[in-house]
Each structure stands twice: as structure tokens, then as C-alpha cells.
Design a binder for this molecule. Structure first.
Ligand code: NAD
Length: 478
């Protein structure tokens, strides 16, 4: 059984870990590697390595930093299929979904290549008589990233390419469930010529996270994961004076008006709710059909029945893979059983007809959900869609706005006025009109609200650059 190494000071090392966690192939349940559950000592070693490297990397001219990023971008392209296969192996999503995971990450690396333009300051002559002013954006120091299992490439790449392009050094703590992709991404960065210590990787769980939040050598923390942990990281890291962006969970709505274009809408619902086995923070988890709900439910169930569940690593015809581990599968089965016990109608029950091996949950649709049902408010994070039947657009918006989360909401319609009203009145940070997954990609911020995000500056786009830099203002009189 191979054990997963850490990256410290440009060297792959095996720490004297007290314990190890399993890395699964979720399609079979087989353990494919063991990941060391590190603690404060390894975090300290990683931060010291990053601090040493910061002294020279922060002063490296922008063209030299970008040259490494261009080379990295090229290596990621050359290894695109290998990396995508690795994502499938440890996460279980389909190869096409894994390619999407890689593509979204690559777009951030592309964006980071333009750092000379995006991190430029401003200049104003004659701010006062004989006085000129300019601002510059400076790196902030050692930054840390803590990431979830569901996008093994994209979410880490929301963070480190931009942070490093800005002149910072970085410590990544990937999800202990998918450490292999993170290590390969780091290996290629070294191959691209990144100096030792600029990028470090430490594996583990809560102990590593808490050590990062409290470490005095870290200036900023980027977190993505579930809301409870996002709040914990935000509170702890802020308490220790760090800059924090902390993205949490979600409960996203797919709202369908009677005039929606049927085929495209069904496709979008299916891919939003069941793509990546529902394990996307942008996954639609509440389906609302205004006016024609029963008909819509039947059409969705018919389309769901056509989804082929299978071993995404070995069977290219599989359209939907497993969830990440047995704990996730058991939790989802319990939620479905609880909904049934509450008297909700199972229009399709994903506990039935799933493969014996691996961690499979079939596509599930729970009907007649009301805004006071537990399942309406809780993030399930799996292929379980809840259906509600509001009478009007206004009622649907009011129901959605009761939710504590604020990630995404989509409306399917051909009515421009309804679309405009929806976009104006829905209280969340990412809105889709006739789009199942309105993810903003690299050029725009991934802008969750409320319990879906703690902090001010989001990942991606200009906000990402602002997060990883601090501003200096110089006034001069000569
Ligand atoms: P998670 O919260 O369990 O884990 C995320 C990270 O936190 C991991 O690195 C993990 O090791 C660490 N962690 C877990 N428990 C911890 C604890 N008690 N204390 C300190 N650290 C801890 O999340 P997950 O299951 O890996 O990922 C799924 C979640 O991530 C979902 O809630 C999903 O909505 C969310 N997510 C959000 C976004 C977004 O942009 N808002 C994007 C992707 C995923």
C-alpha cells in the first residue's frame, strides 16, 4: 500500500505520522493509498519552508514569475488526460466531469498568467500641488489553502496559482479523501521551475486545519468546504489576525416556469442535480415547478431512469458515478429514509438498483417537500433532489429567500421580465438564467452569500487578486 508524501522545501517527504487515513476508489470501495494525518509539527515545517522561499519569491520580477506559470500551464495541458484519470480514480466522477474539473482549474492558471496586468497599481499626478500619488499591490506573505474532496483540481487551483503569481508562497492542505491529484499538481509545478518552498503540501484533517488557523507565520487562509467547518475556520483564523475567505455549503434552487424550453431545461436539471453525483456546491438540490409541477416531475423521473450508474474508472459508458465514501452513502440513505418516514413522496428512490460494490446512491427525487421540511433546509450533498410546488414566481422566491445559504439560484423561462425580477429579488450570490450550473469560471468571483461564504473577498477574478495582495499608497514631492 503506497503512502502519500508531503511536499516540504521542494522535497517529497514521509513524516513519522501517528495515523493514516484511507484513500478509496469510490467505484469499488478498494483502498488505493494511505494518507498521513499530520499535525502541528508538519504545518510548522511547511510554514518555515514557505517563509524562507518568500524572501526571494516576493522580489522575483513579474515576468520571471509568469514564465514559470506559462510553463506550468503547458505541463498541465500535456498531462491533462493523466490528471483527469487520477481525479476519476480517487473521486469517482466521470471522465468528462473530471475533464471539466481540470478545465476550470486551468482557466485560473491562465488568469494567473496575466497577473502583470491584473495586479497593476494606479497613478495620479498632482494629487496636491507638486505631489504625485501611486498605489501598488504587494504580496502578503505565506498563504494557506484548505480544500474539499469534490473538485480535487479546480478548488485548489482557485487559490494557489493566483496567490503564487502575486508573489506569495503557499501551503496547501487538500482533502484527505483526494490527496493524489493535489500532489501531482504540485509535482508539475516543481517541474515547471517553481523554486523550492514556494508551494508546500501538508496532508491531514482537523489537526492540520487548526494548526494552520493558529500559526503566526500565515498571513491569509482560503477555505472551501462545508458550512460548519467554513465558519470554524473563519472564526479561528480571524481570531489570529489573518485575512480569510471561507466558502461553505449550499442549497441551490432550479425554478421552472411553464414557458421554459422543455428539452434544454430537462437536460440542465439532470446535469445540475445529478452531475458529479450531486456533489457540487452549485448542484441544484431544490426543484420548483410553477404551475405545471406534476407534469415536470414525470418528465424528470423519466429522464432520471435513463441515467446509467457505473464504475466511472473502468466503464466509459457510465453517466453517473458513486459518492465519495461509505459514510456519505449511509448519510444519504438515512436522509431518504427520514423523508419517507416524514410522509414525503419518493418519486424515485436511489436506494434501489445500485451496484453492490463501491459507494453508489442512485438518482433520487423526493416530491411534495414543503418549506418547513428538514430536507428543504439541509445540504445533503448527493444525488437527491427535492421537489416543491409553489403557485407563483413570488411564492417560489419567498421560499428560497428563507434559506440560510446563498450560493446559487437558477430560473428557466422565456420571459425576460420574470428573469429580470428573479435576478433582482433572489437573495444569493450566483444567479443562472436558463443555466443549470451558473458557475462564474476564472474571470468572475465565485460569489456566495450568507452561510455559503464568510469573508469579504471571494476566490477568482479581480477579487482573488485583491485577496492575495495588500495595497501600498505612495505620495511623493520632489
Ligand atoms: P468538509 O468541510 O468536510 O472538508 C473540507 C476541508 O476541511 C477538508 O480539507 C477537511 O480535511 C477539513 N475538515 C473537515 N472537517 C473538519 C473539522 N471538523 N475541522 C477542521 N477541518 C475540517 O467538506 P467536504 O465534505 O470535503 O466537501 C463538501 C462540502 O464543500 C459541501 O458542503 C460543499 O457545498 C462545499 N463546497 C463549497 C464550495 C463553495 O464554493 N462554496 C465549493 C466546493 C465545495
Amino acid at each position: 500500500m503506497s503512502t502519500v508524501p508531503l511536499l516540504l522545501d521542494g522535497q517529497w517527504t514521509h513524516p513519522p505520522a501517528q495515523s493514516f487515513g484511507p484513500v478509496h476508489n469510490p467505484c469499488t470501495g478498494e483502498i488505493i493509498a494511505e494518507v498521513p494525518m499530520c499535525g502541528g509539527a508538519e504545518v510548522d515545517a511547511a510554514v518555515q519552508s514557505a517563509q524562507r522561499a518568500y524572501a526571494s519569491w516576493s522580489k522575483t520580477p513579474v515576468y520571471d514569475r509568469v514564465a514559470v506559470l506559462f510553463k506550468y500551464r503547458q505541463l498541465l495541458d500535456e498531462h491533462f488526460d493523466e490528471l483527469s484519470r487520477l481525479i476519476v480514480r480517487e473521486n469517482g466522477k466521470t471522465l468528462e466531469e473530471a475533464r471539466g474539473d481540470m478545465r476550470r482549474g486551468l482557466e485560473v492558471a491562465d488568469f494567473a498568467c496575466s497577473i502583470g496586468e491584473t495586479a497593476k497599481g494606479e497613478y495620479l499626478p498632482e494629487l496636491a500641488a507638486g505631489i504625485d500619488a501611486h498605489t501598488s499591490r504587494e504580496p502578503i506573505g505565506v498563504c494557506a489553502g484548505i480544500t474539499p474532496f469534490n473538485f480535487p483540481a479546480m478548488v485548489p487551483m482557485w487559490m494557489y496559482p493566483v496567490a503564487i503569481a502575486c508573489g506569495n508562497t503557499f501551503v496547501l492542505k487538500p482533502s484527505e479523501k483526494v490527496p493524489l491529484t493535489a500532489n501531482r499538481l504540485a509535482e508539475l509545478f516543481l517541474e515547471a521551475g517553481l523554486p523550492e518552498g514556494v508551494f508546500n503540501v501538508v496532508h491531514g484533517g482537523r489537526e492540520v486545519v487548526d494548526a494552520l488557523c493558529g500559526h503566526p507565520g500565515i498571513a491569509a487562509i482560503s477555505f472551501v468546504g462545508s458550512t460548519g467547518v467554513a465558519r470554524h475556520v473563519y472564526t479561528e483564523a480571524c481570531k489570529h489576525g489573518k485575512r480569510v475567505q471561507s466558502a461553505g455549503g449550499a442549497k441551490n434552487v432550479l425554478l421552472v416556469l411553464p414557458d421554459a424550453e422543455l428539452d434544454a431545461t430537462l437536460q440542465a436539471i439532470l446535469s445540475s442535480a445529478y452531475g458529479c453525483a450531486g456533489q457540487r456546491c452549485m448542484a441544484g438540490s431544490l426543484l420548483m415547478g410553477v404551475g405545471h409541477g406534476d407534469q415536470l416531475r414525470e418528465q424528470v423521473v423519466e429522464a432520471m431512469n435513463g441515467l446509467a450508474l457505473g464504475d466511472t474508472y473502468d466503464d466509459p459508458s457510465a453517466q453517473m458515478g458513486p459518492v465519495i465514501d461509505d459514510a456519505a452513502r449511509d448519510r444519504l440513505f438515512t436522509s431518504i429514509a427520514d423523508a419517507e418516514a416524514e410522509g414525503l413522496a419518493l418519486a424515485r428512490d436511489g436506494r434501489e438498483g445500485v451496484p453492490d460494490a463501491g459507494f453508489f446512491v442512485g438518482p433520487t427525487l423526493i416530491d411534495q417537500v414543503e418549506p418547513d421540511s428538514d430536507i428543504f433546509r439541509e445540504e445533503l450533498f448527493g444525488p437527491v433532489l427535492s421537489m416543491l410546488h409553489p403557485e407563483t414566481l413570488d411564492e417560489a422566491i419567498a421560499w428560497f429567500n428563507q434559506l440560510p445559504f446563498g450560493n446559487a439560484a437558477t430560473l428557466f423561462t422565456q420571459d425576460g421580465n420574470a428573469a429580470r425580477r428573479f435576478a433582482r429579488e433572489v437573495e444569493c450570490g450566483m444567479i443562472g438564467i436558463n443555466l443549470g450550473v451558473p458557475a462564474p469560471v476564472a474571470l468572475f468571483p465565485f460569489s456566495g452569500w450568507d452561510e455559503s461564504f464568510f469573508g469579504d473577498l471571494h476566490v477568482q477574478g479581480k477579487e482573488g487578486v485583491m485577496f492575495y495582495t495588500r495595497q501600498k499608497t505612495v505620495l511623493s514631492r520632489w
